[in-house]
Design a protein around this ligand. Structure first.
Ligand SMILES: Nc1ncnc2c1ncn2[C@@H]1O[C@H](COP(=O)(O)OP(=O)(O)OP(=O)(O)O)[C@@H](O)[C@H]1O
Ligand SMILES: [Mg+2]
Length: 208
């Protein structure tokens, strides 16, 4: 379970953002809703150990996230949390497979080519395994982002605005992939968006 309690944050000179308490059970699928600028990305960064809030507690399965040393936190993140960024963070000089091998080694996990095949296959991009990022379409790159996020079977899968730049058909396809991948990997899923089109796909919503 993940919980945040009495969390608030303000960037320098900016208004303080207070976040209502939130308890997320393992395997839940949540939509994080809020207008542009309301603090969705900030909250995701707080949840994922990227941004220490000025006040409050973040707990993940009994671990107080911000009590870890920065090295321990990096490893914790690499093993337990998969983040899907709006634009994929891939290394251009490495193939898709090599990028995924790197994600395994960042988490100090053994290289597991079978797992890479399994994930690329489930996302329908296995034939792109040995291609370089600039040889893929935007939609295929977004699937690689998802692959990179789930490769280490994280307990928590997070996506920040995964559909905002997509047309209706692709927005639904990406959401379906996220829901399917979180199910396959038994991961908790949190999707931040201001995209009203995706509201119906989720039963749990946290609004800012
Ligand atoms: N690094 C930063 N330094 C200062 N202020 C910031 C920083 N990052 C965000 N903010 C401010 O904090 C507030 C919340 O920003 P945040 O990015 O969390 O919003 P958001 O809900 O993700 O918006 P969007 O839907 O546009 O992505 C905004 O007012 C923003 O200007
Ligand atoms: Mg944002």
């Amino acid at each position: 379970m993940i919980s945040i309690k009495s969390v608030s944050h303000s960037y320098s000179n900016a208004l303080r953002i207070s976040f209502k308490d939130w308890e997320i059970n393992n395997g839940d699928q949540w939509l994080l809703l809020g207008e542009s600028g309301s603090g969705k990305t900030t909250l995701l960064h707080i949840l994922t150990g990227i941004l220490k809030p000025e006040e409050g507690e973040v707990n993940m399965d009994g671990t107080s996230v911000y009590s870890l040393s920065s090295r321990a936190l990096d490893q914790f993140r690499g093993r337990n949390i998969g983040i899907i960024f709006q634009r994929p963070h891939l290394i251009k000089s490495l193939t898709i497979k090599e990028n995924l091998l790197l994600a395994q080694s960042f988490a100090k996990l053994p290289e597991n080519p079978e797992r890479i095949n399994e994930v690329l296959h489930s996302l329908g991009i296995i034939e792109k395994k040995d291609a370089y990022p600039n040889e893929l379409s935007q939609g295929q790159l977004q699937r690689v982002s998802i692959a990179r996020a789930v490769i280490n079977k994280p307990a928590l899968l997070i996506a920040d605005e995964p559909t905002s730049s997509l047309d209706d058909k692709n927005a639904i396809a990406v959401l379906n992939l996220l829901v399917e991948q979180s199910g396959l990997n038994q991961a908790t899923l949190i999707v931040a968006t201001h995209d009203k089109r995706v509201k119906d796909a989720f039963t749990n919503t946290y609004e800012l």
